[in-house]
Design a protein around this ligand. Structure first.
Ligand code: HEM
Length: 221
């Protein structure tokens, strides 16, 4: 196993952080060079939305990697990946409110009933807010086990984000279907892992009882 010193982990963290900013860099680069196609606002909407969803799925993939392969180093980056999901989702919302709707609340209120997928997207975003607010070390310590319970909201947010994507595409469902497949797989791994844990716990007392029954039998014979 490769051993990395404390300073080394900081360096790795910096690299992961820089890589996570690359999508933003590429979006800004294309915007500056007028490379966003015929409908730049829609393209910004698509690209920020895609990255918000990808980071949500990356965050959700880190624990299954541990469950399936015993890998643990990636667990250090859970918080960072989750915050990047929130960051890209915030940009996505800002593009909608600021560029698409020009901060006109009247327009937004008109648009929402016409586009139910926006309500679903907004719900996915709202669920991420408490997660982002409680992502500090202090909050993790203060909330204890409740922190883990609260952070299960990320599953609901990812589910809503996939529904949001399915709802807004008109014809070609392939892309949202791929995201849905990945999400189903990641959630499936967790469910199987949780079932196994329950099974092991359920068997333990049985096993002990069995052993003590055997002991009684042996001592009686
Ligand atoms: C966690 C939150 C969210 C995620 C992960 C997300 C994800 C996505 C994705 C993946 C797309 C499609 C991109 C593509 O076609 O390549 C999209 C499009 C879009 N989203 Fe979101 N979204 C979220 C929240 C929101 C919110 C809060 C709003 C608005 C209030 C919103 C409005 C839109 C709009 C207007 C589009 C483009 C629809 C179109 O022009 O066809 N989304 N989003």
């Amino acid at each position: 196993m490769i051993r990395i010193k404390r300073g080394g982990w900081r360096f790795v963290k910096l690299i992961v952080f820089s890589i996570s900013l690359l999508p933003l860099g590429s979006i800004v680069f294309d915007a500056v060079h007028h490379n966003l196609g015929a409908n730049p606002i829609q393209m910004l909407q698509y690209r920020t939305g895609d990255w918000a969803l990808r980071f949500l799925l990356i965050t959700l993939a880190l624990t299954p990697l541990k469950m399936l392969f015993g890998m643990v180093f990636q667990m250090r980056y859970r918080r960072m990946m989750g915050l990047f999901a929130f960051f890209y989702a915030s940009l996505h919302l800002t593009v909608y409110v600021g560029l698409d709707q020009s901060f006109s609340w009247a327009h937004i209120m008109e648009d929402i009933p016409k586009s139910p997928y926006i309500v679903v997207g907004l719900s996915a975003f709202l669920l991420l807010i408490p997660l982002a607010l409680t992502s500090t070390r202090r909050m993790i310590q203060r909330l204890g086990r409740n922190w883990q319970r609260l952070h299960r909201l990320i599953y609901a947010s990812a589910l809503l984000a996939v529904v949001h994507f399915f709802w807004l595409v008109k014809a070609d469902l392939r892309e949202p279907a791929i995201y849905a497949g990945v999400l189903a797989f990641l959630l499936g791994v967790r469910v199987v892992h949780a079932c196994r844990k329950v099974e092991v716990r359920r068997r333990k007392p049985e096993y002990r009882n069995q052993k003590s029954e055997d002991r009684i039998l042996i001592s009686n014979t």
